[in-house]
Design a protein around this ligand. Structure first.
Ligand code: 3HC
Ligand code: NAI
Length: 698
């Protein structure tokens, strides 16, 4: 007997209560228990069956941990068919999140009731698969083809009200889920209601599936699961029977289940949850976090303040002058206007956030009560040190002093204070109130509870927080600097920035590196290059200067309307700037380089090899704890395609030996840039993968 489903009788009703915390995933024990429960109810003469979930939710889906393992009987699709075929009246009562296989069990039941707060959805596309237990066949039969397609291809969650309007549930009732479920089932019995199987309803309407398939494929930027769902729903409308439709759904489901994209997306699902769970933080209490100070209200400071205000924290914004502080407030208000327009906050909240929760200051005394201060002033060590000296003098005991520096040495900044244990890097990404990534940069002397508070802040701001060690650029910008150099080398050798951007967006990146540089501002990279050259470049390093010439002419990318691309006001994206090709041609001539042709495939391989090699160095040196930390950094901060899982998951899928082979070949022409990462060599020698390291360190 399975204990995951508790069976009991309430008069004529057999009650099946799921107990598989935390989310009642439909693992083998639950499936066995449901099957046994239905059979027992039929055997013992019940008239109806009520299915509901104990704890926080109805079934939140199939058990994702079982994916990739040999399937175990009873299979979910068969179970759903069995529930639907029962001669008894089967009712599901929903609360929490009835997702994926959960909603499919509900759709196989004959009637559905939900509490008002219940959420539903078929989010399988986000895992690289499709609803594989009849969801693509049953949902369109109740909600109609168009509506079902939108829900399935987007994978979005929807509320009980929308589900009721769409015919997905039959009733909404307030109260305890078991109580409302029992009352509804009894009412159905009292009325002599008929068994009502969704699968026996007429097939949904036929639409132009080919056009929808193409449109969905395009929108998915290379992700296959949403478009494949269109074909499955097409089978619901066009197949001669439910059984045939289900068969087609199964074929397509298996195709996706065996795909690399499914591997990537499942890796992303679990890594997103694992990334902020660090063994050393177990049981470490974060420090109190209510009042925040932000120093410098430019692009980043204003964004950070916005995020903090939206998370319910009070913010003191300190600037260099009263005028600069007012300007910072203007930027914050502008950001909050966006939230107001999107309905995320009300007018009243907007006023409260800008007029009460936010305070402007020019004097450090205003920071004396702050629990945590984040500095976002100019990227200059001398300025940072001056600011931290003042913070040391004015902030209360135990206050956390954080820097948002992109590249500077956090140890050196910490040394400007008498309390380096309270100093940490909190590296946000632009725009800080939108981008999900937060690098929590741990310096040599940072106390553990300060690290825990960094992660706590990330959680409050709804960020994906990644632990990083101190080095030039931490995890993300350090890896970016390397793959960006690989792109620059290819430009010198014959590829155009536009071919490179196109090859990489075709690979699935949100943007190519040159379009990204235009968006971030070419002045940022220019300043870094100047700093590096001043420090002295290694003579073996290939340097390129054509982009400096763009900057020297006052062109910094999107913000000045011109960079690698030319941007017209009001238009999204830009067109290639012809001056750039001329500048590149003269630099090649100066350096005596005869340009050669690059295939898109070679561009992607070199770019990704550079990224993976540097990422392996970052993990090998302990800057990132685990490969998955790099993967999440690139996914949430650098537009890496989620369906590829991250650069190191991608590397595992390609095969590390093959990749190291490419790096060694490239090293024959430039041994300095392409020096293989020792960790990569070690993994290849030992026949292990990055994922093995993830497992060993989680
Ligand atoms: N299978 C296995 N484990 C799951 C799971 C699932 N379907 N859903 C969640 N979990 C685990 C999480 O990994 C996490 O584990 P951890 O504590 O060890 O890290 C734990 O349950 C709690 O999850 P969250 O931290 O995400 O809790 P939240 O309250 O923030 O969110 C949720 C709950 C909305 C249910 C969210 O977990 C979620 O979206 N889950 C995935 C839902 C989903 O995709 N379902 C479809 C599955 S595929 C399917 O059903 C195929 C079918 O069509 C054949
Ligand atoms: P910015 O130039 O837009 O803003 C800096 C602000 O700091 C200005 O408003 C200036 O008035 C103020 N300021 C300067 N010195 C000050 C001082 N001594 N006291 C008080 N205020 C002072 O710069 P931005 O882009 O916001 O960058 C800030 C920091 O964030 C830098 O360290 C940068 O490296 C980092 N960063 C920038 C990102 C970006 O994309 N712009 C991304 C992530 C980090």
């Amino acid at each position: 007997m399975s204990t995951a489903i508790h069976y009991e009788r309430e008069g004529d009703i057999a009650v099946l209560k799921a107990q598989n915390p935390p989310v009642n995933a439909l693992g083998i024990d639950i499936r066995k228990g449901l099957l046994e429960g239905i059979e027992r109810a039929e055997r013992e003469g019940a008239h109806a069956v009520l299915i509901y979930g104990d704890g926080r939710t109805y079934f939140a889906g199939a058990d994702i941990k079982e994916f990739g393992k040999p399937p175990q009987d009873p299979y979910l699709p068969d179970l759903c068919n069995r529930i639907e075929a029962s001669p008894l009246i089967v009712v599901s009562a929903l609360h929490g999140t009835a997702l994926g296989g959960g909603l499919e069990v509900a759709l196989s039941s004959h009637y559905r009731i939900a509490v008002p707060s219940a959420k539903m959805g078929l989010p399988e596309v986000h895992l690289g698969i499709l609803p594989g237990a009849g969801g693509t066949q049953r949902l369109p039969r109740v909600a109609g083809t168009q509506r079902a397609l939108e829900m399935i291809t987007s994978g979005r969650h929807f509320g009980a009200k929308e589900a009721l309007e769409a015919g997905i549930i039959d009733r909404i009732a307030e109260g305890d889920v078991r109580t409302i479920g029992l009352a509804y089932t009894q009412e159905l019995l009292d009325q002599g209601a008929e068994r009502r199987a969704v699968g026996e309803m007429p097939a949904p309407e036929v639409v132009d599936f080919d056009a929808l398939y193409e449109a969905t494929l395009k929108k998915g930027r290379g992700q296959l699961s949403p478009a494949t769902c269109v074909r499955a729903v097409q089978a619901a409308a066009e197949a001669p029977s439910l059984a045939e439709g289900l068969k087609r759904e199964r074929e397509l489901f298996m195709e996706l289940m065996n795909s690399e994209q499914r591997l990537g997306l499942i890796h992303a699902f679990f890594s997103e949850r694992a990334v902020s769970k660090l063994p050393e933080l177990k049981g470490v209490e974060p420090r109190p976090l209510a009042a925040i100070g932000v120093i410098g209200g430019g692009t980043m400071g204003a964004g950070i303040a916005t995020a903090a205000l939206l998370a319910g924290l009070s913010v003191v914004m300190l600037e260099m002058s009263a005028e600069a502080a007012e300007a910072a407030k203007g930027r914050i208000a502008g950001n909050l206007q966006g939230a107001l327009k999107r309905g995320k906050i009300t007018e009243d909240q907007f006023t409260r956030l800008t007029e009460e929760a936010l305070t402007l200051a020019v004097d450090y005394a205003a920071l004396s009560e702050a629990d945590l201060v984040i500095e976002a002033v100019f990227e200059e060590m001398s300025v940072k040190k001056e600011v931290f000296g003042k913070l040391d003098a004015h902030c209360k005991q135990g206050a956390i002093l954080a820097t948002n520096t992109s590249y500077l040495d956090v140890n050196e900044i910490a040394a400007a204070t008498s309390r380096p244990e309270d100093v940490i890097g909190l590296h946000f990404f632009s725009p800080a109130h939108v981008m999900k990534l937060l690098e929590v940069v741990v310096a040599d002397k940072t106390a553990l509870d300060v690290v825990a508070t960094g992660f706590e802040l990330g959680k409050r701001l709804k960020k994906i927080s990644v632990r990083a060690g101190v080095c030039d650029g931490f995890i993300g910008n350090r890896i970016l600097a390397t793959y960006r150099k690989a792109a620059d080398h290819m430009v010198l050798d014959g590829a155009s920035p536009y071919q490179i951007d196109k090859a990489l967006t075709d690979f699935g990146f949100a943007m190519g590196p040159f379009a990204v540089a235009d968006l971030a501002g070419l002045d940022i990279g220019w300043a870094v290059r100047k700093r590096k050259r001043a420090e002295g470049l290694d003579p073996r390093e290939r340097d390129s200067s054509y982009v400096d010439k763009i900057c020297e002419a006052g062109n910094f990318g999107q913000k000045t309307g011109k960079g690698y691309y030319i941007y017209e006001v009001g238009k999204r994206g830009g067109v290639p700037n012809p001056e750039v090709s001329d500048l590149i041609a003269s630099e090649r001539a100066e350096k005596g380089i005869t340009p050669r042709a690059f295939s898109d495939e070679e561009i992607v391989t070199r770019y990704m090899a550079a990224m993976v090699n540097e990422a392996a160095k970052v993990v090998g040196e302990g800057i990132a704890r685990r490969p998955l930390d790099v993967d999440m950094t690139l996914l949430f901060g650098y537009g890496f395609p989620r369906y590829r899982g991250g650069p190191l998951k991608w590397a595992d899928i390609q095969g590390l030996e093959k990749l190291l082979g490419h790096i060694r070949t490239y090293a024959e022409e430039d041994a300095y840039f392409w020096s293989p990462a020792p960790l990569l060599e070690q993994l290849v020698a030992e026949g292990r993968s990055f994922d093995d390291l993830n497992k060993e360190n989680s």
